[in-house]
Design a protein around this ligand. Structure first.
Ligand SMILES: [Zn+2]
Length: 188
């Protein structure tokens, strides 16, 4: 089975798998050249000299609906991708970090709000990005004193009636609308 996004360059040494962030040429363990081999049922980037396999499992992100009086909290992005667009607070899970703690940490970093995660709403795969996003809903532990930082330069409460046009990620957009249509109906 081959991945249509994978290709070998004309030099035969550059191996491009899924996206530019996975452009690696040499084994991180022994520095020998990498090559594509059939491993565990599909072609994977493997070391030509040792047993290293570049397992390209999806990156995990945790993203949070934070309901507050008057709506939910969105942040305005100041880092790529989608600079200037609004999104739900969230980010990538760190190594060995439980995803619900990552979710609460990202909310604190980006909005200044202390929250505890209530429950998982959904898991969504991002088209073509090799990322899986876990969507949580959180409970606010303190008052709504927004203090944006990290990769957000603005944080605001939006009601369903004044949601911004420019929402960064299709799954965020869908989750926001689903949430207001369901559990969030009381905030209308
Ligand atoms: Zn190696």
């Amino acid at each position: 089975m081959t991945d249509p996004a994978s290709e070998n360059s004309s030099s035969g040494r550059l191996i491009h798998v899924l996206d530019d962030s996975s452009l690696i040429k040499f084994c991180p363990l022994c520095a020998a050249a990498l090559e594509r081999k059939d491993r565990a049922g599909r072609m994977r980037v493997c070391c030509s000299a040792c047993d290293f396999v570049h397992w390209e499992n999806p990156k995990l992100a945790a993203v949070v609906v934070v309901p507050v009086e008057g709506g939910i909290v969105l942040t305005k992005r100041c880092e790529p991708p989608a600079i200037g667009f609004w999104c739900l607070p969230g980010g990538f899970v760190e190594p060995l970090e439980p995803p619900e703690l990552a979710a609460a940490r990202e909310v604190l970093e980006e909005t200044g709000l202390h929250v505890e995660i209530d429950k998982l709403l959904a898991a969504r795969a991002v088209d073509g990005a090799n990322i899986v996003v876990l969507y949580y809903v959180a409970r606010l532990l303190t008052s709504v004193a927004l203090n944006p930082a990290d990769d957000a330069d603005e944080a605001r409460v939006f009601s369903v009636d004044d949601l911004p046009e420019a929402i960064a990620f299709p799954h965020d957009r869908q989750m926001i609308h689903e949430w207001f249509a369901g559990q969030g109906a009381a905030l209308r």
